[in-house]
Design a protein around this ligand. Structure first.
Ligand code: FAD
Ligand code: MLT
Ligand code: ZN
Length: 473
């Protein structure tokens, strides 16, 4: 029996044959969300407990087989699917989806890593709390994947990235040991904070099996406005006013370029987009208020009056009720899907100091327009965090696959050189995966890269965990 068959037998005995998938259509586990790569797994294993995850890791280490941890497989950078070798084990956390404990007085919730984000939000809301992490993929992404990527989303301007929401982790190490760090403590200066090593490590250091996350009181009111602005400069000016007038109530500030919105109207014609085609950009803003809805509305009115007087808002609507608020957010959240329907595209998930974003976009739009005739720029994102999805769609009626094959490298060179000049980051929230390996090497300092390699080697000397992601094999 070869080592792979022996391993599969051990896994079947350990977690049950029906949870070691080797046959049938495994595309949901083997292909990434953007359909950039289709790999081949030796097996997809679906353990149901931390002990079973530890068993899987130990068995794989003993066999010299590497592991790809996977949550909802919604990642954007090809990090959660196997390579094409047919020799990697995909370790899916889907069956580990229980809430372990909600501690109301401590304002924390402890959950299995495979909990789907939306289920977690709903559980918290039913208990009278807010779990603020919010992404358009929340119906299928998992808290383990959110931690693995240190996901951002649409509430970062107030609550921070997933890292800021995490107060403890349980991790199965690359040797198959269990580190129980679910303390839920807000203060703990007892040496290196291991939690922060695993958050954002994209499955390359260990498997997160559970987490203790911060909760917040539910606000009395969450109001949403949709504003038309004449330029990106105006959007930045509006952001400054929103900070001033709403203060900590500002929980969302998203920008959408006109072309991005036109893709939504094209691919989802049933969706009503306010100010469609009327303004260079639109902004979705959210005001969460702990006093009352009237108070939130009055604050919004003062903000929008001031913004119109300054000329940075052309027109705006404020949602009258929850259904309208959801519909406005839905427009923003539909952009990635509309873009995917338009065809293969080149994504850039970049961050730059908010103050410098308009210059960056003007300069880079011009450079791309001059170098790649007819290229279409899909620009939207989390302006409140200085994070843009500055994406490039192939020219109309061109062969998108051929465009990506021939031009992606050159397009990236233009965009990332500008990001570097502007002191920005080549990955604000999506991570590195395998898609941005080369970019990381070009843009991270040699000292930082060496420190990262040292950490990887110390924690995972056999390179079992997600090899070839974040760092080269
Ligand atoms: P996966 O895709 O399964 O995995 C992602 C990475 O984490 C992989 O490297 C994987 O190996 C690792 N991983 C997964 N689970 C674990 C675990 N338990 N332990 C250790 N490592 C693990 N991202 C944002 O940041 N902001 C957004 O606004 C946003 N919006 C999105 C909208 C859409 C429509 C889509 C499709 C994606 C969006 N994303 C966004 C990207 C994606 O949803 C996030 O990266 C999310 O955090 C991934 O979660 P997941 O469970 O799907 O993880
Ligand atoms: C978003 O903000 O919509 C996401 O990060 C997904 C994307 O960039 O397409
Ligand atoms: Zn995003």
């Amino acid at each position: 029996m070869n080592k792979y068959n022996a391993l599969l037998n051990t896994l079947r005995e350990g977690i049950g044959a029906s949870h070691v998938l080797t046959e049938g259509n495994l595309s949901a586990y083997e292909q990434d969300w953007r359909k950039r790569e289709h790999g081949k797994a030796l097996a997809v294993v679906r353990p149901a407990s931390t002990a079973e995850v530890a068993l899987v890791v130990k068995a794989c280490v003993a066999a010299g087989v590497s592991i790809v941890p996977q949550g909802g497989n919604t990642g954007m950078v090809v990090g959660s699917t196997p390579d094409a070798s047919g020799t990697q084990v995909v370790l899916s956390l889907q069956r580990m989806n229980q809430v372990r404990k909600l501690d109301a007085a401590n304002l924390t919730i402890t959950v299995d890593a495979g909990c789907v984000l939306q289920n977690l939000q709903e559980t918290c809301e039913q208990a009278g709390f807010l779990f603020p992490l919010s992404l358009a993929s929340e119906g299928s992404c998992t808290i383990g994947g959110n931690l693995g990527t240190n996901a951002g989303g649409t509430q970062v301007v107030r609550y921070g990235n997933t890292r800021e929401l995490c107060l403890g982790l349980e991790v199965v190490t690359a040797q198959g040991e269990v580190w129980e760090g679910l303390t839920g403590l807000r203060k703990d200066n007892t040496g290196y904070d291991l939690r922060h090593l695993f958050i954002g490590s994209e499955g390359t250091l260990g498997v997160i099996t559970a987490a203790t996350m911060r909760l917040y009181p539910l606000p009395a009111s969450q109001l949403t406005a949709f504003a038309a602005v004449p330029s990106l400069e105006a959007a930045v000016q509006l952001l400054g006013l929103a900070h001033k007038y709403l203060s900590a109530g500002l929980t969302g500030f998203e920008v959408m370029g006109q072309f991005a919105l036109s893709l939504v109207t094209k691919h989802f014609p049933q969706m009503r987009v306010p100010f469609a085609g009327e303004a260079a950009y639109c902004v979705v803003l959210e005001n969460s208020d702990h006093e009352s809805e009237d108070h939130a509305r009055a604050q919004f009115e003062r903000l929008l009056e001031a913004a119109m007087a300054d000329g940075c808002v052309l027109d705006a609507v404020v949602a009258e009720n929850l259904a309208q608020a959801r519909a406005l957010w839905h427009i923003r959240e539909s952009i990635p899907l509309a873009q995917a329907q338009e065809g293969l595209n080149i994504k850039h998930d970049i961050s730059i100091a908010v103050s410098r974003i308009p210059d960056f976009v003007r300069e880079t739009d011009a450079a791309l327009g001059a170098a790649f005739a007819g290229v279409r720029l899909v620009n939207y994102g989390h302006l409140g965090d200085g994070n843009l999805h500055y994406n490039v769609q192939a020219p109309v009626d061109s062969d998108a696959e051929a465009f990506l094959k021939n031009q992606e490298k050159h397009v990236n060179a233009v965009v990332y050189a500008a990001v570097q000049r502007y002191g920005g980051s080549i990955s604000a929230e999506h991570g590195i995966g395998s898609l941005k390996l080369g970019k990381l090497e070009q843009h991270k300092s040699p000292v930082a890269l060496q420190l990262m390699r040292s950490i990887k080697t110390a924690i995972d000397p056999q390179n079992t965990m997600n090899p070839g992601r974040v760092l080269r094999r």
